[in-house]
Design a protein around this ligand. Structure first.
Ligand SMILES: Nc1nc2c(c(=O)[nH]1)N[C@H]1C(S)=C(S)[C@@H](COP(=O)(O)OP(=O)(O)OC[C@H]3O[C@@H](n4cnc5c(=O)[nH]c(N)nc54)[C@H](O)[C@@H]3O)O[C@H]1N2
Ligand SMILES: Nc1nc2c(c(=O)[nH]1)N[C@H]1C(S)=C(S)[C@@H](COP(=O)(O)OP(=O)(O)OC[C@H]3O[C@@H](n4cnc5c(=O)[nH]c(N)nc54)[C@H](O)[C@@H]3O)O[C@H]1N2
Ligand SMILES: [Mo]
Length: 627
């Protein structure tokens, strides 16, 4: 899990490979933003946000793609407000009018799963308006000719047909973005939780590169990283294909380096294992016989829940290390009470790539123990104690510094003292006298030739498209009140009273067509399962789209419904779109009946587009802050 400190993430990877000797270890970032990580590695040769958050106010235009910034990134939101106070323009691409979209100059309510069409059309418009930065493109990128040719057919009208966003709005967005001296694209899970997640992110990067923005203060792209340690968690070697320092598990020299740090012969170091989404299948068919889960609640977070439950019940034993009795712990043979971040010392790496220090504020209560002590003791019982002889987390950190040395994410020059003295240190930081690297790519990108790569991308539909039986597109995600699988927030009085159970958001027009009233119980069905929940009739969602928050367990888990299809390379699930239908409880199923979405053209719907293009809302900060 990436909610753990770097020290714990590092130890988990080492425990699997050295303590247990298994190649099957993976982490929950696979479910989070592994597509963005893959895209940044492909395009830039390095997977980290290129600029710090303090750069955001330098932007003249912010394009937010598939991110609910206000509800999910309140810290980053402060910087967004500062940019707005300076008059920066804001464009939001999201099927829902989120609190951030509500304050935007332009909202593009995209049909879930179709962003590439809009992004390609915006790039085409930038080119046609003569706004592409040819000098930058020639000097700093490769692949431009292919990109230019591929986006040419993506007229605004074609994008409108695919994505359901009016052509004039796409043109307006391209011009607002393209004419700004400094422009910043921020993206999150709305485009990354997709079977085309890698390409979706690459389409954002193409656009930013075409305007010469990447490597410039306040410009380029930022991936809004999820989880407490979403960035550090993917650099420490918890990933099926990766060793600490972002080293590759299939490159001999990199294996040899880590084997030396760990004091084992290289051939003993296991090879690449299965991704989390594949492990489920291997558990179900008996290939994987037992499992240790630390810091993840798979019964809520993995897609197509019924299959996950069957897979976990196959295991002997299933062991869970958690500080709360999660839905996954309920199925376990053994539950070991572990530690919350504030019961331990260590570091995390935030969404900027800044390594920060966490200090212990409390002791683990009762029989609970620190996670690193539990793992070290387990290793001892397995006869591998000599590799896990740590007196405290600082010793683990010092070892991980060494393990990351010379790697892409080089922490070698970072010490706990330096973190305190500098208010955090940005990796790469190769030596103790190096100050760290807040801004990347100012001179060169991470690839050997120093250039960024652009990729020619075509729109391809999501794995599951609406049909007569399932006419809606269902998307899932977050609300401000709950955190991830909800284990930590569903027990907090105020948060729970605000959102005690899940609901489905539906547009008033569709609710009316289906005879559904606000707060009435409905049944949502997908080809996998059905669930009963309250309808929340809201004008802030596309009429052909439904939304369910995923923070709940058991019969309230949105992941009963979701599609287990994954992106072919990085294996991230398609949480953000599948086909669904909704009906009043008690109403007969309407299989085959006329689709409620039929004959509906959102682009000509005044309710969806209450204000005209050009009626911008900037500066809006005072009004906006009231959301
Ligand atoms: N309150 C709260 N904050 C959190 C979390 C939490 O659980 N609760 N979780 C943390 C974690 S781990 C993460 S990963 C982040 C996630 O942060 P976000 O990615 O911002 O959150 P999501 O709700 O998953 O999805 C973002 C938006 O994508 C939109 N969307 C859905 N489908 C599409 C699509 O096809 N295209 C586009 N353009 N948009 C689409 C949704 O309507 C939603 O508004 O938040 C972090 N912060
Ligand atoms: N349908 C749908 N599904 C989704 C998503 C979506 O948008 N839609 N989002 C996906 C995303 S972005 C993410 S990140 C995943 C998250 O999925 P998970 O990682 O499975 O969810 P968490 O709630 O973070 O689970 C962490 C568990 O570990 C415990 N825990 C937290 N910190 C620690 C620690 O330091 N030590 C130990 N031992 N335990 C700890 C918590 O109590 C909790 O039970 O869900 C994914 N699933
Ligand atoms: Mo996440």
């Amino acid at each position: 899990g990436s909610s753990m400190t770097n020290e714990k993430c590092y130890l988990t990877g080492k425990f699997a490979r050295v303590g247990l000797g298994t190649r099957h270890i993976d982490y929950n970032g696979r479910l989070c933003m592994s597509s963005a990580a893959a895209a940044y590695t492909k395009a830039f040769g390095l997977d980290r946000a290129p600029i710090p958050m303090t750069d955001i106010p330098l932007a003249d235009c912010m394009l937010v793609v598939g991110a609910n910034v206000a509800e999910c990134f309140p810290v980053a939101m402060q910087w967004l407000w500062r940019a707005r106070d300076r008059g920066a323009r804001l464009i939001v691409i999201d099927p829902r009018e989120t609190p951030t979209a509500r304050t935007a100059d332009l909202w593009l309510p995209v049909r879930p799963g179709t962003d590439i069409a809009v992004l390609n059309a915006m790039l085409r418009q930038v080119i046609h308006d003569g706004l592409a930065d040819e000098a930058y493109i020639a000097a700093r990128t490769v692949g431009w000719e292919g990109v230019r040719a591929t986006v040419e057919p993506y007229t605004p009208e074609m994008a409108e047909r695919i994505a359901g966003v009016p052509a004039e709005r796409i043109v307006a967005a391209a011009r607002l973005y393209g004419r700004s001296a400094t422009s910043l694209i921020m993206h999150a899970r709305g485009i990354e939780h997709s079977t085309h997640g890698v390409n979706n992110v690459l389409a954002c990067i193409n656009l930013a590169l075409s305007r010469g923005q990447v490597g410039k203060p306040g410009g380029g792209t930022i991936m809004l990283t999820g989880q407490g340690n979403g960035q550090g968690g993917r650099e420490m070697g918890q990933k099926a294909n990766q060793l600490p320092g972002y080293r590759h598990i299939d490159v001999l020299e990199e294996r040899q380096y880590i084997a030396d740090v760990w004091g084992i012969p290289e051939p003993e170091l296991p090879q690449e294992g299965a991704a989390a989404t594949e492990q489920v299948r291997l558990m179900a068919d008996g290939t994987i016989k037992s499992c240790l889960v630390i810091c993840s609640n798979l019964m809520v977070s993995l897609p197509d829940n019924a299959v996950v439950q069957r897979a976990l019940q196959h295991l002997d034993p299933l062991v869970v290390i958690d500080f709360f009795m999660s839905e996954t712990a309920e199925l376990a043979d053994v539950v070991l009470p572990g530690s919350v971040w504030c019961e331990d010392e260590g570091t995390t790496t935030n969404l900027e790539g800044r390594v920060v220090k966490i200090n212990q504020a409390a002791l683990p209560p009762g029989e609970a123990r620190r996670d690193w002590e539990i793992l070290s003791d387990l290793a001892r019982r397995l006869g591998r104690g000599q590799f896990f002889d740590y007196a405290n987390p600082r010793q683990i950190f010092d070892e991980l510094r060494l393990a990351s040395r010379g790697g892409v994410s080089d922490y070698y020059g970072i010490t706990w003292e330096k973190i305190d003295a500098q208010g955090g240190v940005f990796w790469p930081c190769p030596t103790e006298d190096h100050p760290g690297t807040p801004r990347l790519f100012e001179e060169r990108f991470g690839h050997p030739d120093g250039r960024a790569k652009m990729f020619a991308l075509r729109y391809e539909p999501p794995a599951e498209e609406p049909s007569d039986a399932y006419p809606f597109r269902l998307t899932t995600g977050r609300v401000v009140y709950h955190y991830l699988s909800g284990t930590q927030t569903r027990r907090l009085g105020f948060l729970n009273s605000q959102a005690p159970e899940p609901w489905v958001e539906i547009h008033p027009m569709m609710a009316e067509r289906l005879g559904i009233r606000d707060h009435e119980m409905v049944r949502v069905r997908t080809p996998r399962a059905s669930m009963e929940l309250q309808a929340l009739v809201v004008p802030t969602i596309r009429p052909d789209t439904l939304f369910i928050p995923f923070h709940y367990g058991h019969s309230g888990a949105a992941n009963l419904l979701t599609n287990p299809a994954v992106e072919p390379a990085c294996k991230i699930p398609e949480y953000k779109v599948c086909a669904a239908t909704v009906e009043r409880l008690g109403a007969a199923p309407v299989n085959g009946a006329a689709s409620p979405c039929e004959n509906y053209t959102p682009t000509s719907d005044p309710k969806m587009f209450p204000y005209a293009v050009g009626e911008t809302k900037t500066p809006a900060s005072q009004e906006a802050k009231r959301f």
